[in-house]
Design a protein around this ligand. Structure first.
Ligand code: SAH
Length: 267
């Protein structure tokens, strides 16, 4: 009677942007029941592992190659019912997710993904800004500029910026000059507002820098921001202080929808 036990499941859990309270309830429950956790050391606040039980095997992946990570995860899944790969923000954004899951599938190991609060959302929340505004922009582009990873054709920032929507630019703080050049080339004015948030939501470490395309680089240098930062260019920035605002139709007293009848006539 030596039937091999069924391997456990590997959960790719979004830890959120840094504040351990921003993990989802589902992610936290999985950590609480985890036999092993592999976390992305450089970005996930170690505090997120505070939810794992004392007996849990916890490993930082910062010095591991992809093969070492998948080998470790597979070995743990053969011993534990619940194994967590804890990733910063949302696992599906710049998270090497598919590279990691393919060897698991090949080894016959079950895996699943739990989404997380991405740093773009956390950065806008930190600054009290909105990603969309009626009749200003209704579209958000999550992107980066080319570093060692090239951009696929048609996704150059200049081309994306031509839409004049909200741009959340990941992995690009050391390439801020490229962001400046691309926005100007796409026709954004030099004094368009830009937001940079470093370590959004990290308790006691978050930095918010507001500037324009022209001066944002100098301001970030003054604040010594060179990593773990989100760049946002958006026509919505600063809307909290605008004298005029087009209001959302959903809450407009002249607008009827499924849950509410108009209480006023349109002017
Ligand atoms: N999966 C992550 C992104 C990983 S790529 C997510 O969904 O957020 C790493 C990049 O994310 C960094 O270069 C930075 O641009 C951004 N980032 C991650 N955490 C951040 C934070 N707390 N504040 C600001 N930017 C952050």
């Amino acid at each position: 009677m030596s039937a091999e036990r069924t391997p456990g499941t590997i959960w790719f859990v979004g830890a959120g942007p840094g504040d351990p309270d921003l993990i989802t309830v589902k992610g936290r429950k999985l950590l609480e029941g985890a036999g092993a956790v592999l976390f992305a050391g450089s970005l996930v606040d170690k505090a997120a592992t505070q939810f794992a039980p004392k007996t849990c095997e916890i490993r930082d992946s910062k010095d591991m190659t992809l093969d070492e990570m998948t080998d470790w995860l597979i070995a743990q899944a053969r011993q534990h019912k619940t194994v967590v790969r804890l990733q910063t923000g949302d696992p599906g954004l710049y998270g090497a997710l598919i590279e990691m899951t393919r060897p698991l599938t090949a080894a016959g190991i079950e895996w699943a993904v739990v989404p997380g609060v991405s740093s773009a959302m956390a950065s806008m929340a930190a600054a009290g800004e909105t990603l969309t505004l009626p009749e200003v922009t209704q579209t958000v582009i999550l992107t980066r500029v080319a570093g060692r990873t090239p951009m696929p054709p048609g996704e150059e920032l200049e081309a994306l910026a031509a839409h004049k929507t909200t741009l959340c630019i990941y992995l690009s703080i050391t390439l801020l000059h490229k962001v400046q050049e691309a926005l100007l080339a796409a026709g954004w004015a030099e004094d368009s507002p830009i937001l940079v948030v470093q370590k959004a939501s990290w308790p006691g470490e978050e930095k918010i820098v507001r500037g324009t395309i022209k001066d944002i680089k100098r301001k970030c240098q003054d604040e010594k921001i060179a990593s773990q930062a989100m760049i946002v260019a958006s026509p919505t920035l600063g809307a909290a202080d605008w004298p005029d605002l087009i209001r959302s139709k959903l809450y407009d007293p002249t607008f009827t929808h499924r849950f509410r009848k108009a209480t006023e006539k349109p002017q």
